[in-house]
Design a protein around this ligand. Structure first.
Ligand code: ADP
Length: 458
């Protein structure tokens, strides 16, 4: 057999066999020389002993192969399988294994050190981040949270360890729902402005939860980053309160100016002719300012609402009411209303939704010609309700479409001022939709007709 090609540990076995053969031959020679006449009996005895010892050694050698395989996989390279057979080995198989294990031990220690270093960097990083961080596995068991999370959410609780369930560290159901949604849909989710009550105060947070993926894109868990938005929320509230107070304070004198102007108007025959125009202007501008402050007040009330009162809203009945009341405001215009409502009833805040449809309706009448066509449709698409409100008015040029929901944004200042709008109608619409967790977009070719597409959660 070519020993250079024999597969380790077989040449280990062959070496032993060779040594065995020498030993048994020596024993045989000693026996034959010391006890003559029993040559054949000794031959059988020594032959059997030799084969028995070889077979035993074969059985011992076999598991070594597996052991060597393991060692190779630890050290990451092959052991010297194909060495020439030498009678005396400076470095035998066991020495190779020992060296390999020593090498593996050094590598493992280095890897352990690297992991410990990485771990301490990660812990320092988590500790220094000013956001609250919480990670859970796919079964909602807590994997880790940072010290900031502990001080913000767990200060009132007994010391909690990781490994508990999500509900044991997070009391807020809305925030837990976000984690559940991410774990079931594998899609990142956000939630803004949820309330957290601690022993002494109420704070507001936003949360962004992202999935953690393992091998084969399997979801392993989710990690949530919280942001404390209490200051922002309080500032928003202060701003809304300020606008509400100012609007209220200004509306009172304006109403009185309007009242006196109306008295003057009724008595205008007693006044010089050149003052008639002034009275009309005072009246017109007072009305505009009252409308402006009404809209500002409405907007701040909507903004400051934490929750909307959801009830069943009959779209058909609502649009008919708006249509009927519009006749008094725009007596010269005729409206042809078409309703294609696959979903006749939706879940929404009735008052707010009335205001929303009313604003869209008024705009259609304000900016449309004498014969106005309005179409209202509703349908369910996947898990959403889609409502469209379209008119046959002059349309809105494309470049303005993304900005018309901003406060005081007007497409054509001179034209729009004549129509008596405040520039807040669509901002109010947008805020109402946002309070319903929905979205709105405007579509128009800028030549004829505008469509507003509202998407609400089903
Ligand atoms: P306003 O109260 O002045 O009507 P909005 O916020 O309601 O303000 O609308 C913003 C601008 O969008 C308006 O100035 C107008 O130019 C345009 N707009 C809104 N609705 C329509 C519509 N149905 N048709 C044409 N233009 C519209």
């Amino acid at each position: 057999m070519d020993s250079s090609r024999s597969h380790y540990p077989w040449y280990f076995f062959w070496r032993f066999t060779r040594l065995n053969l020498v030993l048994f031959l020596l024993i045989y020679a000693a026996l034959v020389l010391s006890v003559p006449g029993h040559t054949s009996a000794f031959s059988v005895l020594i032959g059997a002993g030799f084969f028995l010892s070889c077979f035993t050694f074969y059985l011992i050698t076999r598991p070594i192969k597996r052991l060597l395989g393991r060692v190779e996989s630890i050290i990451g390279h092959d052991l010297p399988f194909r060495e020439q057979l030498k009678l005396f080995y400076v470095k035998d198989e066991w020495a190779h294994i020992e060296a390999a294990l020593k090498d593996a031990d050094t590598k493992l220690r280095m890897q352990l050190k690297t992991i410990q270093d990485e771990n301490s960097k990660f812990t320092t990083l988590l500790g220094s981040i000013s956001n609250e961080i919480l990670a859970v596995d796919a079964n909602q068991n807590v994997l880790f949270f940072n010290p900031r999370f502990e001080s913000s959410f767990l200060a009132d609780k007994e010391k909690l360890q990781t490994g508990g369930k999500l509900w044991s560290v997070l009391d807020v159901a809305e925030a837990r729902d976000v984690f559940e949604t991410v774990l079931s849909t594998k899609v990142p989710q956000k939630l803004r402005g949820f309330k957290v009550k601690t022993q002494n105060e109420i704070r507001y947070y936003s949360i962004a939860v992202s999935p953690i993926f393992g091998e084969n894109a399997l979801i392993k868990g989710a990690v949530g980053v919280f942001s404390d938005i209490t200051e922002v929320k309080l500032t928003e509230q202060m701003r809304a309160d300020f606008v509400a107070n100012v609007s209220h304070e200004i509306r009172t004198p304006l109403t009185s100016i309007k009242g006196f102007s109306q008295v003057l108007k009724s008595q205008q025959s007693k006044l010089p002719l050149e003052l008639h125009d002034f009275i009309d202007r005072i009246l017109h501008n007072t009305e505009r300012m009252i409308a402006l402050f009404n809209d500002l007040l409405n907007l701040s009330v909507i903004e400051s609402k934490n929750q909307v009162e959801i009830t069943r809203v009959d779209l058909d009945r609502m649009i008919e009411q708006i249509h009927a009341s519009s006749r008094g405001i725009f007596p010269t215009k005729t409206v042809h209303l078409t309703c294609k409502l696959e979903i006749p009833e939706i879940q929404a805040d009735e008052k707010l939704f009335y205001q929303l449809l009313n604003n869209l309706f008024e705009n259609a009448l304000k900016y449309g010609s004498e014969k106005i066509e309005i179409t209202l449709t509703s349908q369910q698409v996947d898990q959403k309700i889609l409502i469209t409100f379209s008119d046959n008015g002059p349309g809105i040029p494309r470049e303005h479409l993304s900005r018309i929901f901003e406060r005081f944004y007007r497409v054509d200042h001179s034209r729009d001022r004549e129509t008596g709008g405040t520039g807040l109608g669509l901002a109010i619409v947008k805020h109402i939709i946002m309070k319903h967790q929905g979205e709105i977009e405007a579509m128009s070719d800028g030549v004829k007709g505008t469509s507003f597409r509202i998407t609400l959660p089903a």
